[in-house]
Ligand binder design. Structure first.
Ligand code: A2P
Length: 328
């Protein structure tokens, strides 16, 4: 693998620091120069990576253009991506962006490496990492689509507070000390909020629309998608209950076999022994855990399953690093 000059934008954040953790583990990715960017308030901070100290720099045009950067992993919010990603891209750098800023743009591939790597062949130096809860649903749906042709899907999510960044984690801790939330509209401890992102006029939330639109783009199908996204009081790992309808009749053994053998999936489906996916299993791993797979009792063309993954790793940082690996 060739040596690369790599920038991390948002290096001090939850996902940014996980980019570094994942890259520490994947030491076969050879980095010649590493540049760490964050906001002005973090400039000068020291971060250790592969036993070497790096100074965090303020993200600004001059600091970007003064360097030769091959790849940039971005996770500093949509506004920062909109302002700076094109500056990197025009300077011959390939940006892998974790925000929602460019995901639905026609020229921007939206990638889950196990599902649609072929879309990486054509890009204009900006590649988007999908929404965290969407990413983990794509491999199981693709495995089943290959066999039975997906027609319709209903997602019900149970999403960890770390999906809101440090602000979400802090609110959960605050509430556990019997203090009020500062970020969420209600307490999250001992509660569930059917409210992730702003509400739109039709009653869906922004998060639900991300799952709907991104699923169609990644699977490259105009299928019907419905989503209800719920924030739950756990720190890490999103869980999703998926109900899917197909053109062909389901053979449940074939379905389970396809899920078991799909790249990136760990199949945990032995209900007699209480084996099924849970956040405590998925935490700190890069796998998508799939279980509770069963046919709809009233529709031979439909099934249900339960899917869990670490939202900061597979749902964000690891998926982006896997995209980088594919590009290399
Ligand atoms: P900083 O720590 O200096 O605020 P999280 O999602 O965990 O809150 O992390 C967000 C990341 O994005 C942090 O690294 C944060 O840096 C960075 N960030 C936020 N705003 C900007 C900005 N305007 N320019 C560069 N980095 C930013």
């Amino acid at each position: 693998m060739k040596m690369i000059n790599l920038a991390i934008v948002g290096a001090t954040g939850l996902v940014g620091s996980t980019f570094l953790k994942v890259l520490e583990e994947k030491n076969y990715i050879k980095i010649k120069n590493l540049y760490l960017f964050a906001s002005q308030k973090s400039a000068g901070k020291i971060i250790t990576f592969r036993n070497k100290n790096y100074v965090v720099e303020e993200l600004n045009t001059q600091n970007i253009l003064s360097k030769k950067i091959d790849f940039a992993l971005f996770s500093a919010g949509g506004e920062t991506s909109k302002k700076y990603a094109q500056i990197f891209a025009k300077n011959s750098c390939v940006v892998i962006d974790n925000s929602s800023a460019f995901r639905m743009e026609k020229d921007v591939p939206l990638i889950v490496p196990q599902v649609n790597p072929e879309k990486l062949l054509k890009h204009k130096n900006i590649i988007a990492n999908p929404n965290c809860s969407t990413i983990q649903c794509m491999a199981p749906l693709k495995a089943l689509d290959n066999l039975f042709e997906l027609k319709e899907v209903v997602f019900s999510t149970y999403q960890a507070v770390s999906g809101s960044g440090v602000k979400g984690l802090e609110d959960l801790k605050r509430n556990m000390r019997e203090e009020k939330s500062l970020f969420y509209p209600y307490q999250i401890y001992e509660n569930c909020l059917p409210h992730i992102g702003d509400f739109l006029d039709d009653g869906n939330t922004i998060e639900e629309m991300k799952m709907i639109n991104e699923t169609q783009k990644i699977l490259n199908k105009k299928i019907r998608v419905n989503a209800t996204c719920v924030r739950v009081p756990i720190s890490f790992c999103h869980s999703v209950s998926i109900y899917a309808k197909f053109k062909k009749e389901i053979d449940i053994n074939l379905a389970k076999n396809a899920l078991q053998n799909f790249d990136g999936i760990t199949f945990l489906d032995d209900t007699k022994n209480c084996v099924y996916p849970m956040p405590i299993i998925a935490k700190n791993t890069d796998s998508v855990y799939v279980g509770r797979v069963r046919k709809d009792l009233f529709n031979k063309h439909a099934l249900s399953m339960f899917v869990v993954a670490d939202n900061i790793r597979k749902g964000a940082a690891s998926n982006a690093v896997e995209i980088l690996e594919k590009l290399l």
